[in-house]
Ligand binder design. Structure first.
Ligand SMILES: CC(=O)SCCNC(=O)CCNC(=O)[C@H](O)C(C)(C)COP(=O)(O)OP(=O)(O)OC[C@H]1O[C@@H](n2cnc3c(N)ncnc32)[C@H](O)[C@@H]1OP(=O)(O)O
Ligand SMILES: O=CC(=O)O
Ligand SMILES: [Mg+2]
Length: 350
């Protein structure tokens, strides 16, 4: 194990210094596109200003015969990318055991390393995966003469990854965040759902039988299959000072259930989710931006609490040091979103 004193030292001579803190930038949606698909690439100029993060996906959902074209397509997008708009450019590279990942990393860092913000790594199982990518990126950054380190984002999508989630988050100063990968995770855990995220009608609780009559009709409510993992992920990210995201919701037509899944993640502490189709961009934008009424309430609490200590009553509700901090979380998020979004700035009146 390396000495903690070495944690913030570059892993290759000439590589940029690792970041000390993960910058919080608006990250409500990570919009996936396939850079080998000309129709999707044609939409990039229009989509880029509408999303917080645009991600060129090279892994699953890109057919094996299109892997090289996807990599080359992302290089083209990166070369004409204008970072001054504030949108982040990310990529999801192929898995570390795949035949493509080495070329993905070497090509992307050399060609567009100065445009990319974050590299998403799929199927991360433990700290050893992050250590490998960390060293390789440092070598590639040094060779490319990059001034700023690329950050790493891991997808939590194997049982082993979930079991090792804390060590993954703490494995490198490059770690920017985690996403839940419910599809691969379901397969790896042998869960019996064939859906990409979302609930399942079979996973429910049923009310007790009235007067012991087990044949009577009884109300049921679907439960959230992902609650445990999202909560675990949020805590692990909190420990490491990095950002948790919900991942994909595959039922593109069911925008209502998508919104519910995103909102559960938002309330539990996630900063954003993936959008797989343009229709999901607006859902994520709305859900992961605090409601104006919530922001107004947070402002009232902070004002009423003065220096943030003691207890006061506001509309019949007790406020103290802890609720002051809860309200600061909402206000900090609102302020950072308002800086990027003039409509929200007006609605929040900040
Ligand atoms: C489990 C996981 O790993 S999830 C992450 C990996 N999966 C992905 O990245 C999937 C990304 N999304 C997609 O591939 C597509 O959205 C699909 C296959 C789900 C649906 O695609 P389509 O059937 O073409 O959807 P639809 O007909 O509604 O598309 C409307 C238009 O939006 C475009 N479009 C669809 N998705 C996207 C996207 N993610 N980004 C940009 N444009 C898109 C289509 O090309 C189409 O363009 P056109 O009007 O010029 O013909
Ligand atoms: O990559 C995402 C997943 O759900 O699997
Ligand atoms: Mg996956």
């Amino acid at each position: 194990m390396r000495s903690p004193k070495d944690f913030f030292r570059p892993l290759a001579i000439g590589a940029p210094d690792p970041v000390r803190e993960i910058p919080f930038r608006p990250s409500r949606m990570i919009h996936f596109f396939d850079p080998s698909n000309p129709k999707m690439v044609a939409k990039v100029p229009d989509l880029a200003p509408k999303v917080d993060i645009l991600l060129g996906n090279l892994e699953d959902a890109v057919a094996a015969e299109h892997k090289e074209a996807a990599r080359a397509g992302l290089v083209e997008v990166g070369r004409s990318w204008d970072p001054s708009g504030g949108t982040q450019l990310w990529t999801r590279v192929n898995a570390l055991d795949s035949p493509w990942v080495l070329d993905d990393l070497t090509t992307l860092v050399a060609e567009i390393g100065d445009r990319l913000d974050v590299v998403m790594l799929p199927k991360v199982e433990g700290a050893e995966d992050i250590h490998y990518a960390d060293r390789l990126l440092a070598q590639l950054e040094a060779r490319a003469g990059l001034q700023r380190p690329l950050l790493l984002h891991a997808i939590l999508e194997t049982a082993r990854g979930v079991a090792n989630v804390e060590e993954i988050c703490l494995a490198s100063p490059r770690m920017q965040g985690l996403s839940l990968g419910p599809a691969d995770l379901a397969a790896d855990r042998r869960m019996k759902t064939t859906r990409v995220g979302g609930g399942h009608p079979g996973y429910l609780v049923r009310e007790d039988p009235p007067d012991g009559d087990v044949d009577a009709s009884r109300a049921t409510a679907q439960q959230d299959l992902w609650h445990y993992t999202v909560a675990r992920m949020v805590d692990a990210c909190g420990v490491a000072g990095i950002l948790p995201f919900y991942g994909p919701f595959g039922d593109i037509k069911d925008t209502v259930a998508c919104e519910d899944q995103f909102r559960n993640a938002y309330l539990l502490g996630c900063v954003g989710a993936w959008s797989l189709h343009p229709v999901q961009i607006g859902i994520a934008k709305q859900v992961f931006s605090p409601e104006p009424a919530e922001v107004a309430w947070a402002k009232r609490v902070v004002e009423a609490m003065g220096d943030g200590t003691g207890a006061v009553m506001l509309d019949g509700k007790m406020q103290d040091d802890a609720t002051y901090k809860q309200c600061q979380v909402v206000l900090d998020l609102a302020r950072s979103l308002a800086e990027r979004d003039p409509d929200l700035a007006r609605e929040y009146d900040l």
